[in-house]
Design a protein around this ligand. Sequence first.
Ligand SMILES: C[S@@+](CC[C@H](N)C(=O)[O-])C[C@H]1O[C@@H](n2cnc3c(N)ncnc32)[C@H](O)[C@@H]1O
Length: 501
Amino acid sequence: MRQQSLPWQFDEPLSDPEELVRTSFSHDGVSPQSARLALEQRYMSLLEETDKFDRRLVSYQGNKRAMLHSWFKYREGFSAQLVEQLIEDFDLKSGDTILEPFSGSATTLLVARSLGIDATGLEILPVCHLAWEAKSHVYEYDLDELVRLFDMIRTTNPGRASAPFPHIVITESAFPAEAENALMFYTGWFEQLEISSQAKVLLRLALTSILEEISYTRKDGQYLRWDIRSEKVQSRNQQRLANGKKPVKGMNKGHLPDVKQVLLDVLRIYIDDIHKLQKKQYSPSQQRLMQGSTLEILPTLDPDQFAAVITSPPYCNRYDYTRTYALELAYLGAGEEGIRALRFDQLSCTVEHRSKADVLREHYRSLDQEARFEQIWDIVQSNLVFNEINRALAIRWERGEINNQGILPMVEGYFTELTFVFAEIFRTCRSGAQIAFVNDNVRYGGEIIPVDLLSTDLAVQLGFEPVKVYVLPQRKGNSSQQMGRFGREALRKSITIWRKP
Ligand SMILES: C[S@@+](CC[C@H](N)C(=O)[O-])C[C@H]1O[C@@H](n2cnc3c(N)ncnc32)[C@H](O)[C@@H]1O
C-alpha cells in the first residue's frame, strides 16, 4: 500500500496506532473474525487519533449557534468548522469544485460559498432543499422587506386557518389544536402575501424550523418520541388498558411555546444573521444542490471534475430520516406515497430496507453501463470483510442475538450502495482529488463492524490511495441493549481520507 505524503502538518497524535486497532470483533469469539483482524493490521498505520477534529466538530453541536448554519436544526449535520478545516487541509482554491453527495443541511455548500469555492451537492430530502434555498439567498434578501414583514407578524394575531395540516398517518395529532391552527394560518397568509419570492422561501423555512418545538414530538435518534398529552399516545394507552396491558409512560415536553412567539424568535435570528452577513465581502462562486438520490444522479455526472469530496453519509445505525423528519416532510407536502418513495430511495440504513440491486442494475443498463455495474457489484461481493460481516450477522441472528432480521440486509445493502457511491466519486473526481468521509463504526449482536476501514478497503479496491483515518478522541457509546448483553465496547468515530491517484 502506498502512503501519501500530505500537504499539511498534523498535530501531534494522541495515541499510537497500535492502541487504536481492535484485537477482537466478535464478542466471545462466536463468529469468524480473521478478515476483520487482517483489515485492522493492513490499515493500522493510517489510524491517527487527533483532537484537531473533535466530536463537537463532526456533529451539529458545532453549528448550533453558528450564523446561517443554525437556521434549521439538522442534528445529522457536521459543523462548518470541520468543513473549513478540511478545505484548508486539502488546499482548495477558487476554481475548484467540491462534491457533497449527501448534502443534508448544506454545510459543505455554504462554507464553500463563503470561501469562494464552487460546489455541487446532492440530497434526497425536500426539507434540506428548502433550507439550502433559504440560506443560499442570504446575500440577496431585502432587509427592509424582512423588517416590514417581521413587524406585520408582530402586530397581527393568528386568525382561522384556511387549510388543514397535510398530515400523514405517523404525524396525526402531533400538534395541539391551537398550535396547528396558528401554524396553518401563517402558512396560508404568507402564501398569498405579495412579497418577493426570496422572502416567501425564508418564511416557509421559519415555519418549517419551528415544527418540532411547537409539537408534541421530539426527535430522538431513530424515532420521533411522543408527548403523553398527544391523542396518539392517549388512544394507544386506552387500547393497552383495554387489553390488560400497562400504559406506556411517554414523555412530557412541559410547556409548549406560543407559535407566534417562536416564529418571531426565529425570524429575529434570521434577520440578524442576514444583516451581519450582508456586510461581509465574499468572492463570487457557484454552488448547486441537485435533488434526488445520489445513487441515481452520480452515475450521470461528467467524469474528472471534482477537486475534493467532503461528506458524511447516513450512518449504518438504523436511523430513518423519513421518520425523524416526518413532520417537516408532511408539512412540505410529501404525502404518504412521497415519503414511502423517499424511504426506499435513501441509502440503506434502516431495518425497513429493501434491496436496490435490481433498480441499480436497471439504472446502469439505461445508461449503457451494465458492464460497469457488474464490475462494481463484483468488487463488493468479493470483499472478504464484507462477506465475513454478513456471515457473522447471520450466525448471530440464528443464535437469537439480533433483535431485528432487517439488520442483515441493511448492512449488506449499506456497503453495497456505498461501493457504488465510491466508484462514481472515483470516476467524477479528477486526479489528485482528496476525499473525506465522516462515519461511525457500529455493532450488532456483539459483532463489530469497522465501517471506517471496510469503506477504505472498498475504496482501495476501486483505485483510491488511502491517506488517513482520523480517529476522534471521544469514542462512540453503545446502545443499552448491546451493552447489557455484550458489554461496553468503545467504537471509533472516524474521518477517512483517500486520494485519487
Ligand atoms: C449524515 S447526513 C449529512 C449531513 C450534512 N453533512 C450536513 O452537514 O447537514 C446524510 C444525508 O444523506 C441524505 N441521503 C440519504 N440517502 C440519500 C441518497 N440516496 N441520495 C442523496 N442523499 C441521501 C440524508 O437525507 C441526509 O441528509
